[in-house]
Write a protein that binds this ligand. Structure first.
Ligand code: MG
Length: 290
């Protein structure tokens, strides 16, 4: 099931997407519940009834979880080729761990940086001159817990979505900790919707990213250094995960920093991230007005 959060007539709704028919059927939910996006469905024993489908063209998609319950967990250097390209970039403040990390590198993005499909991502030349894209599969936790075992981990997953972990490389390097470089306003495109976990086979899910139609990233999640169960087990070892938590699993090789010279984003660039089984998340880069 594909579930979108969207706006129509000034109100937020959530509903089931039918891609063939290009419609979305809203759940019959109170406004207060729908305002939470798909968080409203997580943990429900029974899904609410569906109302009549609406053409997708008549709604404005919002991020599936417009305001995450807390910081988004993110994973650094979680594909081998990307770990190499980042380690050789000169911006890698985690280099002491070696080119390929022995343990998952976990950092976070602030919830307020989340923006939906088609929303602009703003570059502020007064703050950063090295902004990059990172296509990623994101896990949405359905059932919380502490000390979740790898064997049980996927039972705790509600579903998946796409996150573009937009990053200011110069800030990421300068401040050692990555939070500032990863959490700039609008640096968290998420969408276009979420899918329930049964729709994704982690052994063969392709993560792709194009910039202005040129393919830059193209790899299967089968190539993750630390797989989804390992990430859930690692984070939950001493941190209780809660329903609605999001884990962005890391990006494949092909980010701008990997090119010589680097190919950073410039105003007018269109970032298109596609993950098989989910959909396409597209965002244009614009310069922030002074
Ligand atoms: Mg990332």
């Amino acid at each position: 099931m594909k579930v979108a959060t969207f706006a129509i007539g000034g109100e937020r709704r959530i509903g089931v997407v039918n891609q063939e028919r290009q419609t979305v059927a809203p759940f019959d939910l109170a406004q207060q519940a729908a305002d939470r996006g798909i968080l409203a469905l997580i943990g429900l024993a029974k899904l609410p009834p569906l109302l009549n489908p609406i053409p997708l063209g008549e709604v404005t998609l919002e991020a599936p979880i417009p305001r995450p319950v807390r910081n988004i967990f993110c994973v650094g250097k979680n594909y081998h080729e990307h770990a190499k390209e980042f380690a050789s970039s000169g911006f890698d403040s985690s280099a002491a761990q070696g080119t390929v990390p022995q343990h998952p590198i976990i950092f976070s993005k602030l919830p307020e940086c989340v923006v939906p499909h088609r929303a602009p991502v703003f570059l502020d030349p007064g703050v950063s001159s090295a902004i990059d894209y990172e296509a990623e599969l994101a896990v949405i936790i359905g059932k919380g817990g502490r000390r979740i075992t790898k064997a049980d981990a996927l039972d705790h997953v509600w579903g998946y979505t796409i996150i573009n972990d937009v990053t200011a490389r110069d800030l990421q390097g300068r401040h050692s900790q990555w939070l500032i470089g990863k959490s700039q306003d609008t640096f968290g495109p998420m969408g276009p919707w979420a899918v329930t976990r049964d729709e994704i086979d982690l052994a063969s899910t392709q993560v792709r990213c194009w910039i202005n139609g040129e393919i830059r990233q193209d790899q299967s999640t089968a190539a993750l250094i630390f797989d989804v169960p390992t990430l859930i087990a690692t984070i939950s070892e001493g941190i209780t995960l809660v329903p609605g938590d999001i884990i962005a699993t890391g990006t494949p090789a092909g980010v701008g920093i990997g090119f010589k010279p680097p190919r950073y984003l410039v105003p007018g660039d269109v970032m298109r991230v596609e993950i098989s089984g989910i959909g396409i998340l597209e965002n244009e880069v614009r310069e922030r007005a002074a």
